[in-house]
Design a protein around this ligand. Sequence first.
Ligand SMILES: Cc1cc2nc3c(=O)[nH]c(=O)nc-3n(C[C@H](O)[C@H](O)[C@H](O)COP(=O)(O)OP(=O)(O)OC[C@H]3O[C@@H](n4cnc5c(N)ncnc54)[C@H](O)[C@@H]3O)c2cc1C
Length: 463
Amino acid sequence: MASAVVTPAFIEAIRARLPDLRLLTEVADRESHRADETAYLPTGLPGAVALPTETAQVVELVRICAEFDVPIVPRGAGSGLSGGATGLEGALTIAFTAMDRIVEIDRDNLCVVTQPGVINARLKAAVAEVCLFYAPDPASFEMCSIGGNLGTNAGGLCCVKYGQTRDSVLSLEVVMADGSLIRTGGKNLKDVAGYSLTHLIVGSQGTLALVTEATLRLRPAPPARSTLIAFFPTLSAAGDAVAAIATAGVSPATLELMDRFTIRAVDDMHGLGLDRDAAAMLMVESDLPALAADDELARAEAACTGAGATTTLRSRDAAEADLLRQARRAAHWALERLGEVKMEDVAVPRSRVPDMLRAVEAIAARHDVRIGTFGHAGDGNLHPDLVLERGDPNNERITKVVQADLYRAALDLGGTVTGEHGIGSARVEWLEAQRGPDAIRVMRAIKTALDPQGLFNPGRVLP
Ligand SMILES: Cc1cc2nc3c(=O)[nH]c(=O)nc-3n(C[C@H](O)[C@H](O)[C@H](O)COP(=O)(O)OP(=O)(O)OC[C@H]3O[C@@H](n4cnc5c(N)ncnc54)[C@H](O)[C@@H]3O)c2cc1C
């Protein structure tokens, strides 16, 4: 594993070979690249932070780091929730935020070519101007970058219909640890030539390659969304409704869940008049044309009523639908107003959502802690947020035991310890429990083959 730290000679080499590169060496600048949104994890102070604007600069940086044996932490917008972009003490962080050009919107081939530093929301808005749609939609879309989305294989609200980030990637331009530059594909919708390096690299959290450009799939812009919300007397009933919607022959654009604790936090923040006594709420969105959307939501509504919903409501217009979606997106911030929050990211097969919800309730009761659960129930991905008293010295201990119980429950249900946030540095010790030693051996063989010096994000993902 590369283990040297940034030295004056290293800085001098970068300045000599890349005179136009912005290189941050002041402590305050390095401090601002130390943490991501998992503020509770231990982090290191980067020895320097490079802000390349062009691929050629990234290639040269990798070569210099290899010569000096200095590890590299790739970083997007730093909104990650697994500690994948947090600083390593003395290492070089390459922040891709200045590689923020949308290179080409290709309407004939329904794709966009972009640098990695472009913020997800900006890309969506740019393609929407020509009536196209970039589907991946993390709740953090206004702050996270495309490079970070590729690094984590980000999910979000509309995965249930459009898949995760990986499902919208046609090709990547990447810098490998030996300084070579490769393209993993092109603009072809179909391409099975050789191993799919695209699929391998997306989600590898900067441990296998540095993404310098991506060709992403677009779709014709769907109509404005219509929304159904349904309130349930128990979490189990909401879980049953999720399973029933899945078998009702409909394919909603989103199928999101919030529990009572989260409903109240969101309602306090936004004053939406939600049913504060309900145990759970589902939000179902359709992006089909008007009549078809009506039919889709009617079927979802029937599934909710059948599962015991006490109230169902439809958005009156697109503005109201947008408001509801924004409120759901802000669930994490609403809970943060109530204490110190640790967001988890378990996922289970969709039919096991009711079991996972029951398990979360039992874990909260067993440890006498507050857990607000919300998430992308339609694809089985739940975010139980542990809400702790700020500054309580027991928080670290409580977090560990609650996390362990949540992960164990998810694994027992055939699920995963992370649906979309990644292993990063936060869940490294759980990878083997989920995948087993043989799978870890295969992963390690890939890492060693592609990055024998251990330059890229060492200690992340693999134990
Ligand atoms: C309130 C809130 C809501 C969120 N909601 C969601 C959600 O709905 N769905 C979801 O999936 N996530 C969600 N997240 C988590 C986070 O926003 C995503 O993981 C996002 O993809 C991170 O993007 P970023 O640009 O901030 O990347 P960073 O956090 O900077 O980096 C993420 C990972 O990508 C790697 N990386 C970054 N750029 C590159 C590159 N150019 N080449 C190679 N590797 C790179 C990093 O090394 C790191 O491992 C949420 C976060 C918050 C705070």
